[in-house]
Design a protein around this ligand. Sequence first.
Ligand SMILES: [Cu+2]
Length: 534
Amino acid sequence: MASGAAVALPAERAVGWLASTDHKRTAAKVAAASLLFFGLSGILALAMRSELAQPGLQFVSDHTYDELFTMHGSGMIYLFLVPAALGLGLYFVPLQVGAAEVWSPRLALFGFWVYLCGGLAMYSGFLTNTGAGSDTWTATVPLSSSTATPGVGMDLWVIGVALATLGSLLIALTVLLTIVRLRAPGMTMLRLPVFSWAMLATTFMVLASFPVLIVAMGLLLAERHLGGVFTGSTGSIAYQHLFWFYGHPVVYVMFFPFVGAVGEVVATFSRKRFFGYRALVASLLVFTALSMAVWGHHMFVTGAVQNQYFSLTSHLLAVPAGIEYFDLIATMVGGAILLRTPMLFALGFICQFLIGGLTGIIVASPPLDYHVNGSFFIVAHFHYTLFAGSFFGLLAGVHYWFPKVSGAMLREGLGKLSFWLLAIGANVTFFPMFFLGFDGMPRRVPDYAPRLGDLNLLSSIGAGVIALGVLVFLANVWISLRRRVPAGDDPWGAQTLEWATSSPPPRHNFDSLPPIGSHAPLLDRREAEEAAPA
Ligand SMILES: [Cu+2]
């Protein structure tokens, strides 16, 4: 740098970072905000588990407990997993398709700010005299009407959910149009990497379902201030249809991107091309279509929906899910498996999500759902899909792509330690909940029958182990960024285009692109080099 050139002050650099329209920086902002909300929502979970460690009420009132589980669930879904999943796509899809930028970078940045405002609005409810949102992450009517839940805290929750969802929707739109409009020459649709296909299917579900939630939140606000929108039991059922039309597809918005990330990790650390690429693409599209036709399984106990139809469509989900599982496992068969941290988290995802998926088949059966609906069995089911599954998939992606984003390697030892703490913690926390639910422990209530004390204590200890695992992961990130081990362009010997540029990538992503002849161009190049006569 020429002598005398002005050095940017930290404040100037911060403003530059915040205002930057570089998709990589926007994605980093989404990652930072979603990590913050993960931390806050995790602390709420620890508060709940502290209260539930023993029968009787210890620390919180009934109303405070309502705020805890509402803001924990809302924070983890609307403010952490959904934006984190889309943020991963915002960073890596442009790189994987060989584009210099995301489609409409300003719209993506705007999406981030709208999402962040939504999260701040939701959490600022804690600062009001009526407290934060307290009617579960679904805010079912009439519980969420202003008669049952008066006050501005709940209004802020409704506005916050609408804004966070709109922000995520805008980010998803830019990812979709990057794939449609900005693919590099040669990057045909059937050469898109597995992760980019998973993101494409995800954006379809976002565009089809997120606007419905925004409308539902608008109507709920009108119901709270004008009344006469969701009247009586038909009004409550109408709200539930609107909410769950979003509420089911959103679970796959928090799943598909991580299936994609795990697919990349498994192929790279098995030293094999992804098995059944075209079958995976077809299964993602079938899964996407089916995901829009099962929402009624959340309303079996209302008696207001066609249980047979929604049970059938829900069971059919097992077919595309099975194909994805088969492809992931078949990719490992015969491979030279490298058990590095990203691969450990990928295996954790595959094994633990299976428990969530299989119990999904149980709750998709109306007679069985009648027994477990509203109980801790359901809590266990969706924590195996979203925490022991999706969160592990996210960490597989984070440990895999961290060198690309930062230019530095994470510490392997700390990586493995955080994996085992999280895996042990997750199973000790959530597995006992299946039995607690079968034994009749209701969700969303701060107390329970004394006979359930031991399993609850075990579950609470597990939550502490999870917290330790998260702290070790954060320490690993901190140490690895302070005492850097340079990563180089392709530390893993990977297959897709993001590894064909520097770490971190330059502002315009690529100086040059390798030939693109399949969904694994770098593997093609390596194979060609190996095959070339010496
Ligand atoms: Cu569902």
